[in-house]
Every structure is written in structure tokens, then in C-alpha cells.
Design a binder for this molecule. Structure first.
Ligand code: 3HC
Length: 295
């Protein structure tokens, strides 16, 4: 498939990443089918896209006409056959669990056109293992966006053991057409490049706090103001979603060993469903409008 053959993109999963990817694709002029398993999930994703496009228009980063046109190109759907039946590229952004993703690929393979490329937005899981569930491992690769997709420039394009060179090339071109900068990741190892570095950093910060060595505010103050990162480590955890970091670590722990064991503080946040900005509370409280308060 050539870039010119791509008109319709299906995005599976309307959560933080899914709706952000759908927005980016629609802004680039693609017809987008946004699918989730429940109407309320997909409507919520659609409303987030609307909010974000209007925010960009308010700040003159996009004209209101272009924002409206992008939203028009997004169709929220629950029916999987309708969502993928005419898709040229299917980008999957469902929860970071191997079993959930495998189930989705089993279902999607039944309804997707033969020409369609499957691209997973997994943060850490084996591309090769996911591709093996399908009948098209050569038309399968990783396409890993960063949160929030509309603001983050990088996309990791990850090769599975059987990904065809043509598949990787066209997905890189698609990322460029979305206005992003793709980086090819040749080795399909847990967390790829960015999360192999970033998620252990966030976990180490959680270990320090779990062991009473320091506080959340002190860590974030050092990461943000001394190390020069745009957000504090815990602030970033809340942005990414504590469930996402936790699942990435669980997988790294299983495959790579004890150095990646999730910290108790992070585990507690997940157990209490304090998942970050998306639930109104994480390491910081967003509900009362306080948000991040770093000295
Ligand atoms: N759409 C539109 N507007 C948005 C938005 C969105 N999706 N998200 C936030 N905004 C708005 C906010 O509402 C705020 O608006 P306001 O000014 O009216 O209050 C504004 O954008 C904030 O923008 P600023 O210009 O003040 O903020 P910054 O320029 O500091 O940029 C940032 C924000 C780009 C998120 C920056 O803080 C950053 O780069 N943070 C690091 C993010 C990062 O590292 N992400 C990767 C995480 S790893 C990952 O995702 C991988 C996964 O697999 C785990």
C-alpha cells in the first residue's frame, strides 16, 4: 500500500491515546472511524476531541473552520464491523493488556479488508506476539504515539519479527503526514526506546517516595526545575495515566526482571483508581482545580 491509498483510518479505543490519535488523523484530512466497546466511552472520546479542537482554535493554532471540518471527519462507532470494514489503516489503542489486545485483533481480523495495515499503539508489549494473532504479520507494526498526541511530536514505528519493509515505510510516511516525526525502532523489546527509559524513571521516583526517602513535591521540583524536563515525574505519571505506567512495568517486570518491579505507591494508586488527570485524582488532585502544586 502507498500513502496515497490511505483514506480511512480506524482507531480502536477512544481513551486518552485513542481519541488523541483520532484527532491528529482527522486534522491531517483522513476520514476516521473511532471505535470503543460502549457508546458512553466513544461519546466521551468524541467530546474530548471536540474540546481539544476548539481549544486549539481559541489559541489560533487552527482556524475554527478547520477545527469544525476535522470533527466532521470523525465518526464515533461501537460496531466493530462498521468501524474497520472500510479501513485502510487500523490503529489500535485499547488497554495495555496482552489478552485484551489479542482478543481485539482476533475480532478485527474477521472484518478488516485484506489490504488494511494493523498498527498498534502499545506502550510496551511484543509486536511480534500481537502480530501472530492475525493472519497478516507482515502488514502489522507498532505505531506508538505520546501523550497528549496532539502536542507530542514523536512517533515510534516499531518492527515486529515479520513486519514488511513496505509496511514500516508507509506507516512512517503516515506519521509524517500527521505532522509527526517518526523514529524507527528495529528491536521489538519491552517498552521499545522511550518507555524503557521513561517508565523506570517514574517508577524509581515512586520507590523513593514509597520508602520515605523524599516527597512527591520534592521529586517533581527536581525533575522539573533542575533536570529541565517539561513536567515533574509524578505530574507526567498523572498525564500518562497511572494504570498505563503500571501495566508497562508489570510487563517489563515479567520479561526483564526485578529491576522493573512496580513501586508500592504506584500500585496503591492503581488499586484506588487514582489514575491521574483522567479520573480527577492521581498523585495530585485535579477535581478541586488545585492541580499540580510544585514548590
Ligand atoms: N488539546 C488542546 N489543548 C490542550 C490539550 C489537548 N490535548 N492538552 C492540554 N491542552 C491545553 C491546556 O488546557 C492548557 O490550556 P490553557 O493554557 O488555556 O490553560 C494548555 O494546553 C497547556 O499548554 P501550555 O502551552 O501551557 O503547556 P506546555 O507548552 O507546557 O505544554 C505539554 C504542555 C506539551 C503537555 C508539556 O508539558 C510536555 O511536553 N509535557 C511532557 C509530556 C510527555 O512527556 N509526554 C510523553 C509521556 S510518555 C507516553 O505518553 C508514552 C506512553 O506509552 C506511556
Amino acid at each position: 500500500m502507498e500513502l496515497e491509498d490511505i483514506n480511512t483510518v480506524a482507531v480502536l479505543g477512544a481513551g486518552n491515546m485513542g481519541h488523541g490519535i483520532a484527532e491528529v488523523a482527522a486534522m491531517a484530512g483522513y476520514e476516521v472511524a473511532l471505535r470503543d466497546i460502549k457508546d458512553e466511552f466513544v461519546q466521551n472520546g468524541y467530546e474530548q476531541i471536540e474540546w481539544s479542537l476548539n481549544k486549539l482554535a481559541e489559541k489560533d493554532q487552527l482556524s475554527q473552520d478547520d477545527a469544525d471540518a476535522a470533527l466532521e471527519r470523525v465518526t464515533p462507532l461501537v460496531d466493530v464491523e462498521e468501524a474497520v470494514g472500510n479501513a485502510d489503516v487500523i490503529i489500535e489503542a485499547v488497554p495495555e493488556k496482552m489478552e485484551i489486545k489479542k482478543d481485539v485483533y482476533g475480532e478485527v481480523e474477521e472484518h478488516a479488508p485484506d489490504r488494511a495495515i494493523f498498527a498498534t499503539n502499545t506502550s510496551s508489549l511484543s509486536i511480534t506476539e500481537l502480530a501472530d494473532v492475525t493472519e497478516r504479520p507482515e502488514q502489522f507494526c507498532g505505531m506508538h504515539f505520546f501523550n497528549p498526541p496532539v502536542r507530542m511530536q514523536l512517533v515510534e514505528v516499531i518492527s515486529g519479527a515479520e513486519s514488511a519493509e513496505d509496511t514500516l515505510d508507509v506507516i512512517e510516511e503516515l506519521a509524517e503526514d500527521f505532522g509527526k516525526t517518526p523514529v524507527r525502532v528495529h528491536k521489538d523489546s519491552p517498552g521499545f526506546i522511550v518507555n524503557r527509559i521513561l517508565v523506570p524513571l517514574m517508577n524509581e521516583a515512586s520507590w523513593l517516595v514509597s520508602e520515605d526517602e523524599t516527597t512527591i513535591a520534592e521529586v517533581d521540583s527536581t525533575t522539573k526545575y533542575d533536570m529541565g524536563l517539561p513536567m515533574g515525574s509524578f505530574e507526567l505519571g498523572d498525564q500518562v495515566g497511572n494504570d498505563v505506567s503500571y501495566h508497562v512495568l508489570e510487563y517489563m517486570h515479567e520479561v526483564l526482571g526485578d529491576a522493573y518491579e512496580p513501586a508500592p505507591l504506584l500500585e496503591t494508586k492503581v488499586e484506588n483508581e487514582e489514575l491521574g488527570k483522567k479520573t480527577g485524582k492521581g498523585f495530585y488532585d485535579y477535581e478541586d482545580g488545585n492541580g499540580v502544586d510544585i514548590p
